[in-house]
Design a protein around this ligand. Structure first.
Ligand code: HEM
Length: 77
């Protein structure tokens, strides 16, 4: 099944402030973290949802394995 493609500005609206959904992009894929209590209001430690956080993962105490339980909802254009 093909995932929908979203632009950076569409992603930016899913920052936990402007729309109910909370999305994070990582390596070209967009993940829905709305149900995560660790991303409440779009904030995760010093990081904000609604953007591509690929580079920021280097600052995290965890690996990209954290994305495994989330479903990709789209592809970042
Ligand atoms: C200062 C930087 C960060 C800190 C201290 C931090 C801390 C944590 C902690 C403690 C967890 C709990 C589970 C675990 O360790 O596996 C977690 C989960 C997670 N983190 Fe981070 N993180 C940071 C940055 C990031 C970044 C930049 C991303 C995205 C690229 C990210 C994405 C996630 C995701 C998707 C989860 C899973 C949430 C869940 O299971 O509900 N984190 N993080």
């Amino acid at each position: 099944m093909e995932l929908p493609i979203y632009t950076k500005s569409q992603l930016a609206l899913r920052n936990g402030q402007d729309k109910p959904q909370i999305w994070v992009a990582y390596k070209g894929m967009i993940y829905d973290v709305t149900d995560s209590r660790l991303w409440r209001n779009g904030k995760h430690y010093e990081h904000w949802a609604g953007q591509d956080l690929t580079e920021e993962l280097a600052d995290a105490p965890h690996t990209e394995m954290v994305f495994e339980k989330f479903e990709a909802v789209g592809v970042l254009q």
